[in-house]
Design a binder for this molecule. Structure first.
Ligand SMILES: [Ca+2]
Length: 247
């Protein structure tokens, strides 16, 4: 058994014991005291059900769906428990874990990467007018923007990265005139791009800043292809950033 499976087995067995109601806890989270001996009995000095001890048990119970009633009781217990910042922090962490409010960290955060599109040449299907050129979405300046002609679908904007990169993320910083439905596409054509491959499709987007990660793609050109606008105006991007690495 590998370590992960062993941990799951041990915590699962232990929590089955807890939720079934043993002499020690009598099947209520409040009966878990602040100390155990290795034989499973409660330390003589233990007297207080503190979240530091209780909440990790509740979290560990999520290894098996047969613990559901116990988890529910534990959740209510945690929700109503008020101690000091130390115990409350344990509760909060366990509740975040149990409710699935966490993500697996990756090494491709924006702070470690440079925007490959910054300063590169852009093209767009249309402009709302002078001052809203495609290049304004690739100038690294959050106060300038590209805007397409109003009331028209579809509309697009692409950047020419100058050579082929392996890309895995784009970041769109929308103005109030955002794209509701759009695709992110890549092309490796030489010269003016004609052949596009979809790498991502957005439905019912809400604008703002959208970070879009996808499996690594070879790309010389990267395009936002909008098919439905979020407002009656056009499409407008303050910035359209592209992240990846050299091939
Ligand atoms: Ca800009």
């Amino acid at each position: 058994m590998d370590r992960h499976r062993t941990c799951k087995f041990v915590s699962g067995s232990f929590c089955s014991c807890l939720s079934a109601g043993t002499r020690v806890n009598r099947s209520h989270p409040n009966n878990i005291k602040d100390g155990y001996k290795l034989d499973g009995t409660v330390n003589e000095k233990a007297s207080y059900a503190t979240a530091v001890f209780v909440s990790p048990f509740i979290a560990a119970s999520t290894t098996n769906s047969s613990h559901q009633a116990w988890i529910n009781a534990g959740w209510d217990w945690m929700k109503n428990k008020k101690e000091g910042y130390f115990s409350d922090s344990f509760n909060l962490l366990s509740m975040l874990f149990i409710s699935g409010n966490w993500w697996i960290p990756t090494s491709d955060g924006p702070s470690t990467e440079a925007d490959l599109a910054k300063g590169k040449a852009g093209e767009a299907s249309s402009l709302e007018g002078s001052g809203y050129e495609a290049s304004k979405a690739f100038d690294g300046d959050p106060s300038t923007r590209w805007a397409s002609k109003e009331e028209n679908d579809p509309q697009w904007i692409y950047v020419n990265l100058g050579k082929t990169y392996s890309i895995h993320k784009v970041k769109l910083n929308w103005e109030a005139a955002y794209g509701k439905n759009y695709k992110i596409q890549v092309s490796n054509d030489s010269g003016s791009p004609v052949n596009w491959t979809d790498v991502y499709s957005k439905k019912k987007g809400k604008g703002g800043v959208e970070e879009i990660a996808f499996a690594a793609q070879d790309a010389r050109y990267v395009r936002m292809y909008g098919t439905a606008r979020g407002t009656s105006y056009g499409y407008s991007l303050y910035e359209f950033e592209v992240y990846g690495s050299d091939k």
